[in-house]
Design a protein around this ligand. Structure first.
Ligand SMILES: [Zn+2]
Length: 84
């Protein structure tokens, strides 16, 4: 399979997404120590009760944002095709 980012051949996957080791390194994923520290230092807010709650909510917002942008771009492509 191909890395989603650079299209090089890879057998590596992260959360079902094909990604080569080089691109995965480029993501600079948090270490467990960093995650533990951020969880410990997290100060709740009126919107989120915990670090995990905030991260989960951010995933939902990210997916919504992605879908909005996808719809906008698909609409442009559809109209361009129609307006040919
Ligand atoms: Zn890659």
């Amino acid at each position: 399979m191909k890395c989603f980012n650079c299209a090089s051949d890879t057998i590596n996957k992260k959360y079902e997404v094909p990604i080569c080791h080089s691109c995965e390194s480029g993501l600079k994923l948090f270490t467990d120590d960093t995650i533990i520290r951020q969880k410990k230092e997290y100060k709740g807010s009126e919107n989120y009760s915990s670090y995990q709650d905030e991260i989960s909510q951010r995933m939902i917002l990210l997916e919504r944002d992605y879908l909005k942008k996808r719809i906008k771009l698909l609409h442009i492509l559809e109209r361009l095709d129609y307006l040919k």
